[in-house]
Design a protein around this ligand. Structure first.
Ligand SMILES: Nc1nc2c(ncn2[C@@H]2O[C@@H]3COP(=O)(O)O[C@H]4[C@@H](O)[C@H](n5cnc6c(=O)[nH]c(N)nc65)O[C@@H]4COP(=O)(O)O[C@H]3[C@H]2O)c(=O)[nH]1
Length: 578
């Protein structure tokens, strides 16, 4: 090639590279290329501007940590590495980018590996466009959509779910309750004499009153409850997953109490009361419409009954709930007054009729010579938490009694005391036991704690830990009502127990029920194999006793020997057996 040709070729190359640079600098996207270490090898002008550099050459050798977007450098570098390692391009990436003014932007980017003619990757080529506007539009659209959706499902005045959403939720809760065999309560709440407020003070004040009532109701309910407004002065509520209608009444009472203070609107103080109707799934109805209809009907009866009250759909339920509430308040008072007695029932050796131990059973007289059964009030004490103070009274009184008998030179054997799960689960149960032992001077070996099988099997792992602590104190443990729950053998082996107590439901029909005979024999065999003591309760006849004794259950408790009796009678019996 002569000199002229050489010069011409150089001019052509220069022209082409100038054209290429013009193209790269004109195209309205940012272009850059990097080496294998993510260092910039070059870029177009727009990119240099983003990087806050006058000249593209200033970029060479720098990396993303030197750029305005250093916060995103880790992210970019990771992707560079992936592309270099895999040789696979990344297209349509949406990424954040901090611009030279420190603003957050969004870019749509692609990155491809740069490959030489031998097929070796020597770097990365990337390009991106600013899509911040597009992103912002999308976000605004979503906000608008959400707002529209909220409007479609919510009441504009209070922001509460409207009929559409409420019914949807109610249907969901009904399905769930059906699957899990739970109850759902639906409440219809109507503001009493709302029309008078509206007529005398006008709609604006009426609306304010509705808003305030909604807020006060919302302040009383759990997160899992739903409150809605169908319009006017009517609110509706759902309580799902309720164990007992009494739970609803507790919340209803709180809601009604929250209306005690007047609502202050425009210098007026308005007193609002509510009439509330309650229907329960599945007892009162099985569909959302029918539950609402029935709650509405109950609400009208609350109005007829003088307003400012609540009614269940069935009169029967209202009655039951009122009785329960009366019982709860009497129980509370009696616990304050320590108005209970302990009765004692001996546990007898069926072979030689000697007293082996005694079970203590609580008695409560309502002040009119009527005894209320512990089977009725113990569950109420458990639900209300009153079992904690009551249980402590039982423990203390039982310990005092056994100490007295020992001091009098009597031999009562071990005193079995029933303990409820709630007591066991209290974090300070063990320290209370220790405190009472110390206070009363009771020896731990004089005591046996009875826990029902169904209660301990609810949370066996937790129970093992608690029972071990009781056992360590030297107090024996007995599983009450054995055979009615679902004990697994592996747990039974791990519980530090001494005694299994065969439930009286099996003993009752021992004479003619083959199944009960078989279960009783199985429990006795189980106790034997685990080296546990076994006792039968509810033994009323000689026939039941001889079956039990001949099959290896020597310890007998029941009316056959003695009914539960007051301490002085028990003492006479103890003296008689001396
Ligand atoms: N039909 C029949 N019944 C007999 C016979 N022998 C005893 N009973 C009764 O059977 C129940 C046995 O008590 P439980 O299974 O622990 O069942 C107890 C226990 O779960 C609870 N309870 C009683 N006292 C206490 C207590 O001090 N604390 C706790 N947490 N629960 C207690 O209340 C339940 C009922 O207690 P009670 O009414 O005293 O009823 C007692 C007792 O009076 C018999 O031969 N025939």
């Amino acid at each position: 090639m002569d000199h002229a040709e050489q010069k011409h070729l150089e001019q052509e190359i220069q022209k082409e590279s100038a054209l290429l640079k013009t193209v790269i600098d004109t195209v309205p996207i940012r272009i850059f290329w990097k080496d294998l270490e993510s260092r910039y090898l070059g870029a177009n002008k727009l990119f240099a501007e983003d990087a806050n550099l006058q000249d593209v050459d200033q970029l060479i050798g720098k990396n993303d940590y030197d750029m305005p977007w250093k916060n995103e450098a880790d992210l970019y570098r990771k992707m560079d590495k992936d592309i270099i390692d895999t040789g696979i391009a990344e297209l349509n990436i949406e990424e954040p980018l901090t611009d030279k003014e420190g603003k957050h932007k969004w870019v749509s980017k692609f990155k491809v590996p740069l490959i030489d003619k031998n097929g070796k990757t020597f770097g990365i080529l990337g390009a991106y466009m600013d899509i911040t506007h597009k992103k912002e539009n999308e976000k605004n659209l979503k906000l608008q959509r959400d707002a529209l959706e909220h409007q479609a499902y919510h009441d504009t005045l209070t922001g509460l779910p409207n009929r559409l959403l409420f019914l949807d939720r109610l249907n969901q809760y009904i399905h769930k309750a059906h699957r899990n065999k739970q109850k759902v309560a639906v409440l219809f709440i109507d503001m009493d004499r709302f029309k008078e407020i509206n007529d005398s003070l006008g709609h604006v004040f009426g609306d304010e009153a509705i808003k305030e009532v909604a807020q006060r109701i919302e302040g009383q309910i759990r997160e899992t409850d739903t409150i809605g407004r169908f319009g006017g002065d009517e609110f509706i509520m759902i309580f799902n997953d309720i164990s007992d209608p009494i739970v609803v009444v507790n919340i209803v009472q709180k809601i009604m109490q929250s209306m005690h203070d007047p609502i202050m609107i425009g210098g007026h103080s308005i007193y609002v009361t509510l009439s509330i109707g309650i229907s329960i799934y599945p007892e009162d109805a099985e569909t959302a419409d029918d539950l609402l209809k029935n709650a509405d009907a109950a609400m009208y009866r609350a109005k007829e009954d003088g307003r400012n009250t609540y009614k269940f759909y069935t009169e029967d339920m209202t009655q039951k709930v009122f009785e329960r509430i009366a019982l709860e308040s009497k129980l509370r008072q009696s616990i304050k007054d320590e108005n209970f007695m302990l009765y004692f029932q001996p546990q007898i050796n069926g072979k030689d009729n000697r007293i082996m131990g005694i079970e203590t059973l609580i008695r409560w007289e309502d002040g009119h010579k009527n005894f209320i059964s512990p089977a009725t009030f113990i569950p109420v004490a458990e639900e209300t938490g009153l079992i904690i103070p009551l249980g402590q009274w039982i423990l203390r009184s039982g310990m005092q009694q056994i100490v007295k008998w020992h001091a009098d030179g009597l031999y009562p054997g071990r005193l079995a005391i029933n303990i409820s799960m709630l007591q066991l689960q209290k974090h300070d149960f063990i320290s209370i036991l220790e405190m009472l032992l110390e206070e009363t001077g009771c020896q731990p070996q004089w005591l046996e704690i009875e826990v029902t099988e169904s209660q301990i099997m609810k949370n066996p792992e937790q129970m093992i830990l608690i029972l071990q602590k009781i056992n360590k104190l030297g107090i024996s443990l007995s599983i009450d009502d054995f055979g009615t729950g679902y004990s697994s053998l592996s747990y039974l082996k791990r519980f530090p127990i001494d005694t299994l107590k065969i439930d009286q439901s099996f003993v009752k029909d021992l004479s003619d029920n083959e199944e009960d005979k078989a279960i009783t024999k199985a429990v006795i065999a189980l106790a034997e194999s685990l080296n546990l003591r076994v006792i039968a309760e509810g033994v009323e006849t000689e026939e039941q006793k001889s079956f039990l004794v001949s099959n290896g259950c020597i310890n007998i408790q029941g009316y056959l020997y003695a009914k539960p009796m007051p301490a002085d009678e028990m003492e006479k019996m103890l003296r008689g057996s001396l």
